[in-house]
Design a protein around this ligand. Structure first.
Ligand SMILES: [Zn+2]
Length: 371
C-alpha cells in the first residue's frame, strides 16, 4: 500500500504523479518533495503497538513510497543506538556507523533499491563520495542487480574495496564530486539507466534517522538535532521526519536543526550566513571526503529547514573534526572525520540543552590515521 499522493516541487508547487521517475522539477529545476495522505497514516499509527514497537527503519513504513512490503530489499538497516554522552551533560549521539554498510546511507538505499525493483530495473548508476556507493553496491547485490558507481578520485581505497567486495563496477573520474554527478546525470538522460543518489526516494528513506531519534526520546522534541551536511539530504530528511511526526500529532514542536560543513567545502554555510543563494564551491578541500560536495543537491531544502526551525549552520576546520573524532573515541565511538563533524559543530556553537549529534559514518571506512 502506498500512501504517497504526489510529488510536489518545493519552488513552483508543480505537481507530478507519486510514481514518476524524475529528479528535479521539469518546469523550474526546483527540488521535489513526496507528499502523503497524512490522515490515512494517522489512522495506521494511532494503533497502540506503534508506540510500543522497538525502533527500526521499517517501523515507519507508512511514511515511505513503497508498494509491496513483502518485496523490500533490506539488510536490516536502522535501529541504531541513541547514546548519552559521557562528557557532555544532556548531549546524545545517534550512532549511524552500525548500519549494515557502516553509514546512514543504508536507510535511503533500502528505499531506493526497493523502488528500483518495483519498477523492474536491472542496473543502477550512482555518483558517490564513497559511502553512498558502498551502500548502493551492497543493496544492488542483495537485489541481484548490477551497480556501477562513479567516484571522484579523492575517494579512499577502503571505500573502493568495500564496493568491489559487493561486486559493483567502479569508475574513478578525475575531477570534483560535482563533475561526477553531472556525468551520471547525462548518462541517465542518454541511456535511460536508473540513477540512484541524493534524489527524492533516497531522502524519503533518510527520514528514518529523525523518526528514530524522536521515538527513542519517547516523542519528546530535543532542543537541537545536529547533522553533517554534504548534499544535505540527511538534514532535509530529518527536517521532513520532524514535520511529518508533527503533522500526525506524535510531537508538538520542531527541534532546531543545525547543519555542519567543512570549512574547505561550505556552500550552505556561506549562503545561510550571507543570506544569498547557494553558490558552487569549485575546488572544495577537506579530509571529510563524505561531505566534500561543492553544490549540495538538497541545499534549498536544507536552507528551508534551518529557517523554519530557527536553526543554524556552521563550518568546522579539519583540525576541529580530528579533535572531535578523538573525543568520540573516548566515548567508545569510532567515526570517520565527516561523522565527527556534527559533534565538532555543536561544540563550536556551544549549544545548550538537549543536543543530538548524528554520527554518520564508521571510522573503519577511513584509511588515513589522524592520531
Ligand atoms: Zn518547480
Amino acid at each position: 500500500m502506498v500512501l504517497a499522493k504526489e510529488i510536489r516541487c518545493m519552488e513552483c508547487e508543480g505537481v507530478y504523479p507519486a510514481n514518476a521517475i524524475i529528479f528535479e522539477c521539469e518546469k523550474c529545476d526546483g527540488p521535489l518533495d513526496l507528499v502523503y495522505d497524512y490522515h490515512k497514516i494517522q489512522d495506521l499509527i494511532l494503533e497502540e503497538h506503534f508506540i510500543r514497537d522497538e525502533i527500526n527503519h521499517w517501523k515507519y513504513w507508512p511514511f515511505y513510497p513503497i508498494k509491496h512490503l513483502h518485496k523490500i530489499v533490506t539488510l536490516h538497516e536502522g535501529g541504531t543506538p541513541l547514546l548519552d554522552s559521557r562528557q557532555k551533560k544532556k548531549w546524545k549521539f545517534k550512532y549511524e556507523a552500525v548500519n549494515p554498510t557502516g553509514s546512514f546511507k543504508d536507510r535511503g538505499t533500502t528505499i531506493e533499491i526497493s523502488k528500483a525493483m518495483e519498477l523492474g530495473v536491472q542496473q543502477v548508476l550512482c555518483a558517490s563520495t564513497g559511502n553512498m556507493g558502498a551502500s548502493v553496491a551492497a543493496y544492488a547485490a542483495r537485489a541481484g542487480i548490477k551497480a556501477t558507481i562513479y567516484l571522484p578520485d579523492f575517494v579512499g581505497e577502503n571505500k573502493c574495496k568495500q564496493m568491489l567486495a559487493y561486486g559493483a563496477e567502479i569508475k574513478k573520474i578525475k575531477g570534483s564530486y560535482q563533475e561526477v554527478v553531472r556525468l551520471t546525470q547525462q548518462m541517465n538522460m542518454q541511456k535511460g539507466l536508473y540513477l540512484t543518489g541524493d534524489y527524492p526516494y533516497r531522502g524519503e528513506g533518510e527520514k528514518s534517522v529523525g523518526f528514530e531519534i524522536l521515538d527513542q526520546l519517547h516523542f519528546r522534541t530535543p532542543d537541537y538535532i545536529v547533522c553533517p551536511a554534504g548534499n544535505a539530504t540527511l538534514l532535509s530528511g530529518v527536517f521532513k521526519a520532524c514535520r511529518e511526526f508533527k503533522k500526525v500529532g506524535l510531537i508538538e514542536e520542531l527541534p532546531k536543526l543545525i547543519a555542519v560543513q567543512a570549512e574547505g567545502c561550505n556552500p550552505l554555510v556561506r549562503a545561510w550566513q550571507n543570506k544569498t543563494k547557494i553558490r558552487e564551491i569549485k575546488n572544495p578541500e577537506t579530509i571529510a571526503s563524505a561531505i566534500n560536495c561543492g553544490k549540495p543537491v538538497d541545499g534549498i531544502k536544507a536552507l528551508l529547514a534551518l529557517k523554519q526551525t530557527k536553526g543554524d549552520a556552521v563550518a568546522v576546520t579539519d583540525k576541529e573534526m580530528i579533535v572531535a573524532m578523538k573525543e568520540l573515541g573516548k566515548e567508545g565511538l569510532y567515526v570517520e572525520p565527516s561523522g565527527a563533524a556534527s559533534y565538532a559543530g555543536a561544540k563550536k556553537l556551544e549549544l545548550k540543552g538537549e543536543v543530538v549529534c548524528v554520527l554518520t559514518g564508521h571510522g573503519l571506512k577511513e584509511e588515513k590515521s589522524f592520531t
